[in-house]
Design a protein around this ligand. Structure first.
Ligand code: ADP
Ligand code: G6P
Length: 470
């Protein structure tokens, strides 16, 4: 543990890894970059199931200054908590996809009971002056459960994904219960100002709360800090990955594969929030409207499978494969296949090399928390010949990466035009835009995110009584 700090106890559904294995998910990447530096305990799900009543003891692995402690779930918990409430109700809803959200009493019950069981297990390991930091939509109730277990220390919460407007969130039968439970936290963090405002508006309109100066909210006699803390990556570390031998090999492989053509890259979990169908259509429109690109560009979409037991994800995969087949069938020649999808994972070093070989990166979610891929692409570029980032106006990273080409991902024409502009952008403009984005990525790092959140948490008492506000 870093000197002079209280112990940090981080809680999330997915835990680790802390090494360079590559892990498809921004939470794991951002949190491990932050924890490696600060040290502490990281608690969550083991990724395994065991039958109810025979849960194995918590298992702990030590890596450097971090202890990773995990417990199992039962099959019923996996299905009701993870596949059910977390990913069939909360995930679509918070990403503004009310059309995909499903609500049922059974999974609501299991979600609450998993929060309670994990809190009970964690509270046995807590010491009074620990700083507890709960992460993401799997554990909205964890703070209030820890209070029930008697923990009186500081508890913060960070939401890695968007918080939708109250008009949407109120469709969740337990929306009031969830937000009331969140008031047990001392500090609640969001990726963007929009998410923070949506949450504050819910508190005001639905719970009769009041916004106070210093991004604090009062509901009844509770005052909590609800503020914006944009997550980042370990930018210097990532830039070093990009010039490692492993990255170099991958960069060469991609360059060898594309030859003189320009490479377009997309890297996203196969998730409906990522706008992949719309992106493929935008690429198709590029080939239609700007035929000079036929035979001269190549689009590689890396899309590791995610939550593939859920119908919405199965359907997305089917649709993407069909669309890729259609685009390739329509434009391919004997020596050129325009679009390739790959579902495999890469190490972070390998991925950095793949980013560096690409002239254009498409990050076009329909709605996203931050999107670390956008920051990784920027950090991995060659300063003498940087590529161009095309970024959705609905990605959290948009407010920091202001020199990306910003698109409306729903507009096929907009995506095609931005692609054409990126592919023909002169070197001087590429460098100018990239330098601004590099500065933003190197400023808003994972370390900065972690330190600013934890500073706020440590000072939360002063803020609650107003003495540290403004
Ligand atoms: P999300 O958290 O929604 O998945 P982010 O863009 O914030 O989206 O984070 C995704 C993370 O997963 C990034 O760090 C990215 O490098 C990593 N990732 C995505 N695809 C792969 C892959 N095929 N192999 C290894 N890591 C991947
Ligand atoms: C996003 C979420 C994380 C989640 C990750 C991967 O980044 O914010 O909480 O871990 O996606 O999804 P999975 O369901 O595989 O954990």
């Amino acid at each position: 543990m870093a000197e002079g700090h209280r112990r940090l106890v981080a809680v999330s559904n997915r835990v680790g890894p802390l090494n360079d294995e590559g892990k498809a998910g921004g939470l794991a990447v951002g949190l491990s970059d932050a924890l490696k530096r600060r040290g502490g305990l990281w608690f969550g799900w083991s990724g395994n199931t065991s039958s109810k009543g025979t849960f194995s003891e918590a298992a702990t692995e030590i890596e450097g200054d971090v202890a990773l402690t995990t417990i199992d779930m039962s099959e019923e918990e996996l299905s009701g908590f993870y596949y059910g409430y977390a990913n069939r109700s909360l995930w679509p809803l918070l990403h503004y996809r009310l059309d995909l959200a499903e609500f049922d009493r059974q999974s609501d019950r299991i979600y609450r009971s998993v929060n309670q069981r994990f809190a009970a297990r964690l509270s046995q390991m807590l010491e009074d002056d620990d700083l507890v930091w709960i992460h993401d939509y799997h554990f909205f109730y964890m703070g209030s459960e820890l209070r029930q277990c008697g923990f009186r220390g500081k508890i913060g919460f960070f939401l890695h994904i968007p918080f939708c407007p109250p008009e949407i969130f109120t469709a969740l039968p337990a929306s009031h219960d969830i937000v009331r439970a969140m008031l047990a936290y001392d500090v609640i963090g969001f990726q963007t100002d929009t998410d923070r405002r949506n949450f504050a508006n819910f508190c005001v309109r639905e719970l009769g709360g009041e916004k106070l100066p210093g991004h604090r909210i009062r509901v009844g006699d509770r005052v909590v800090v609800a503020d914006t803390f944009p997550i980042g990556i370990d930018a210097p570390g990532y830039a070093r990955f990009a010039v490692s031998p492993e990255a170099g090999e991958h960069e060469e492989m991609v360059r060898g594969m594309v030859g003189d053509r320009l490479q377009i890259i997309g890297v996203d979990r196969m998730d409906y929030s990522k706008g992949l169908v719309e992106r493929f259509r935008g690429f198709e429109r590029l080939l239609e409207e700007y035929p000079e690109n036929r035979g001269n560009v190549q689009f590689l979409q890396v899309a590791p499978l995610s939550r593939s037991e859920l119908d919405a994800y199965v359907e997305l995969r089917r649709e993407l494969e069909e669309l890729a087949g259609h685009i390739n069938g329509r434009f391919a020649t004997l020596e050129w296949t325009p679009l390739q999808i790959m579902t495999r994972g890469f190490t972070r070093r390998a991925l950095a090399g793949i980013y560096r070989a690409a002239r254009v990166c498409l990050v076009t979610p329909l709605r996203d928390g931050m999107n670390l891929v956008a920051k990784e692409y920027v950090a991995a570029q060659d300063p003498d010949d940087p590529g161009v980032l095309i970024l959705s106006r609905f990605a959290g990273a948009r407010s920091e990466l202001t020199e990306a080409l910003v698109v409306n991902p729903y507009s096929t024409d907009d995506v095609a035009r931005a692609l054409q502009r990126a592919l023909t952008m002169p070197l001087e403009e590429r460098k100018r835009r990239w330098e601004q984005m590099r500065e933003a990525v190197f400023h808003g790092t994972a370390a900065h995110w972690c330190d600013s959140f934890l500073d706020r948490l440590e000072n939360a008492d002063n803020e609650a009584d107003g003495s540290a506000a403004e």
